[in-house]
Design a protein around this ligand. Structure first.
Ligand code: SF4
Ligand code: MSK
Length: 661
């Protein structure tokens, strides 16, 4: 770790471009973060700008006891209110994305989005089951329409419970009901959070912090989980795909198009039409040899998981992609899109193409996405990029190095690997945890933040966890970091993994670091942990599992919403850097002690990666002790059921299929 303190990025290819930017005087987020220090008052949650009597900044050694805003709001109220607003914004972002997906599903089923149809019928049937919709005698379009309508109703629902709450372990549901945390409708919780944080409404820090958990549940067990399921239904449930990662994925002689943002719908269409002979011929007519699609941020994760499209990396690589000088177009929709790419693009030939009315940029070309003519728009975008190919200059940092990656581990696939089509279950994983072969499970998720050496925390923690026999699941920019570092190649990770984890992964046929998808796919971690509870042997609730959630380089409000829904689901969660409510010891106490007493989960902010690791392993071991599991000792395992090899499983699948037939 120490050798990384003097660099901006642990991603060598990114670092090369950052150096190029320095030498050429091109502004970038890393430099701006250095020049623009965070406001120390806002950074710790001590500034309120909710009304125009303020902004009120509560500073000083005794601010918590003595200071108050013009209205009389105390520091704990201000810090908790700020936090709830951030969680509401994160919930809104994931859930509005989910709403768009739900309408796309509806239109795919009514024929209004003629270029789309349901690709995973098994998942459609499963989702119908979760929603209590009968599948009997219904064709796919009818069933899909009913499913879409039911999901859409969850957004505006005023009373009752968000449907997917019923997918959580029973004990967890009871706890949520006991504490009044069950979200009634997705939009209702976000709206109520905004109302409660308006000037002069909720003045109780504990009440505000509990509201943050409730709102976040509307994200995790609502918007995000719906989004993951709809995306799987429409575009296929991921299975492992081999690809490459890093900014070196750009090709010197092809039309490079960066697919950036979060909603996979248009990106899917672009992937689909990019291989059409007329499109290739068009690119060739402009002097290129073909069309090269690469992903960025979570759109990258979506198209990597389903099509093996190379990923150029996560959040902090977006400006750098423009600085390669090789991007003909960066196509964006919503979330995590830096305005800076528009400014960077002016120095190169790159065109930024915005595609959502929700996310326009003044330095961009706008081509509005419309699902009624999705492929036509996708083709138009590729042509605009191809037209730009002849404008490419010699300017830019040409980088070529890439890392191999295998991504695409859905809940369904991991389950299948543990028993085949007929006997899929999470019991083998649980058995390995009980026997001490696997010490526990860590979810490493979330963003990059230029205030931390890019990827350094993600990479360090992923490596240390697997060395310590902790299975790692990863999403978002955390997954991109591991991919770029080459850790998502099973051979590499198995080499580094502890002996127990290695043995289990080899037997099951999964790598020690699993790429689960985009940030909305953190919902896959919720369903996997629930399946682990249901498989037995590790207690009857998520809070009992030897697991931890970590967002070591977070920056986004969405990350806070994710952190909160994991806490509300019973997990210990650690975020890197300082707490955005650090100014209030009262609020700190609520998120540590009140939350853990009521829900079994807590949220800590720890700025040193070694300390995050120590804390996480301590918590995992404490959960093992509470379950009275064998004490974890590297290389020494207890008895467990014999794990099935891949070969045994295939044999069993064949036999079962033959018997069924
Ligand atoms: Fe100041 Fe109160 Fe207005 Fe906040 S709500 S800005 S603390 S007067
Ligand atoms: S893209 S929210 S920077 S993970 Fe989902 Fe990455 Fe964080 Fe955006």
């Amino acid at each position: 770790m120490d050798q990384l303190k003097n660099v901006k990025s642990a991603d060598k290819v990114a670092e090369e471009i950052i150096e190029w930017a320095h030498n050429h005087g091109v502004s970038n987020a890393f430099d701006r973060a250095e020049k623009l220090k965070p406001c120390p008052i806002g950074h710790t949650g001590a500034c309120c700008k909710i009304c125009f009597m303020g902004p009120c900044r509560l500073v000083g050694a005794d601010a918590e006891e003595k200071a108050a805003g013009v209205c009389g709001a105390t520091l704990p109220v201000i810090a908790a209110r700020n936090f709830l607003r951030m969680v509401a914004a994160g919930t809104a972002a994931h859930s509005d994305h989910a709403r768009d997906m739900a309408f796309t599903l509806l239109e795919a089923c009514t024929g209004d989005a003629p270029d789309m149809k349901i690709q995973d019928v098994t998942k459609l049937r499963k989702v119908a089951g979760y929603l209590g919709i009968s599948i009997d005698g219904k064709d796919m379009a009818t069933l899909g329409k009913e499913v879409a309508e039911k999901i859409i109703a969850n957004f505006g629902q005023q009373k009752g419970e968000v449907s997917y709450v019923s997918r959580a372990p029973k004990k967890r549901q009871e706890l949520w009901r006991k504490w009044g945390l069950v979200p009634r409708g997705i939009d209702r919780e976000v709206t109520e959070a905004m109302h409660r944080t308006h000037m002069g409404v909720d003045q109780d820090p504990e009440n505000l912090m509990m509201a943050a958990l409730k709102c976040s549940l509307a994200d995790g067990w609502g918007g995000s989980m719906f989004s993951t399921d709809i995306t799987d239904m429409l575009f296929g449930t991921p299975t492992p795909k081999r690809s490459i990662a890093s900014l070196g994925v750009m090709k010197a002689d092809e039309v490079n198009i960066v697919l950036h943002g979060h909603e996979p719908t248009l990106a899917e269409m672009i992937v689909d039409v990019s291989t059409e002979p007329e499109i290739i011929a068009y690119a060739k007519s402009k002097g290129a040899t073909g069309v090269n699609l690469v992903g960025m941020c979570c759109t990258a994760n979506e198209v990597l998981m389903r099509h093996g499209i190379p990923t150029a990396g996560g959040f902090l690589n977006q400006e750098l992609a423009v600085m390669t000088g090789l991007a003909e177009a960066v196509v964006v929709d919503v979330q995590c899109i830096m305005p800076a790419i528009g400014q960077a693009a002016k120095k190169f030939h790159t065109k930024i193409i915005t595609t959502s009315h929700k996310g326009k940029m003044i330095d961009a070309v706008h081509i509005q996405y419309d699902e009624h003519r999705a492929k036509e728009i996708a083709r138009q975008i590729i042509r605009v990029a191809a037209d730009n190919y002849p404008n490419r200059t010699a300017e830019g940092s040409r980088v070529t190095e890439t890392a191999p990656v295998i991504a695409g581990f859905s809940h369904e696939y991991v389950e299948y690997m543990q028993g085949g089509s007929y006997r899929g279950s999470f019991r083998p994983l649980n058995d390995a945890i009980m026997a001490g072969r696997i010490r526990g499970v860590a979810g490493i998720v979330g963003c990059n933040n230029p205030r931390t050496t890019q990827d350094s925390f993600h990479d360090f923690l992923a490596m240390e966890f697997i060395k310590n026999d902790v299975l790692v699941v990863s999403t978002g920019c955390g997954a991109a970091a591991c991919a770029k570092a080459g850790f998502m190649l099973p051979e590499v990770a198995l080499e580094k993994a502890g002996p127990g984890l290695r043995e289990v992964c080899e037997a099951i046929g999964i790598p020690p670091i699993l790429h689960l998808g985009s940030c909305v796919d953190c919902s896959r971690i919720l369903t996997i942990t629930t399946a682990m509870v249901e498989a037995g042997g590790l207690g009857d609730d998520i809070s009992m599992l030897p697991g931890i959630g970590i967002a070591p380089e977070w920056m986004s409000e969405k990350a806070l919403a994710i952190g909160c829904y994991f806490v509300a689901s019973g997990m210990h969660v650690v975020f890197g850097s300082e707490s955005p409510m650090a100014a209030s010891s009262v609020v700190q106490d609520i998120k540590h002690n009140v939350w853990v007493e009521r829900l079994g989960g807590r949220l800590d902010f720890i700025s040193e990666p070694q300390e995050i690791l120590r804390f996480a392993l301590e918590k995992i071991d404490a959960k093992r002790d509470a379950l009275k599991l064998k004490k974890y000792e590297p290389g020494k395992f207890g008895a467990e059921r014999v794990l099935m090899s891949m070969e045994d499983r295939r044999k069993l699948d064949k036999e079962m299929a033959a018997n069924k037939g």
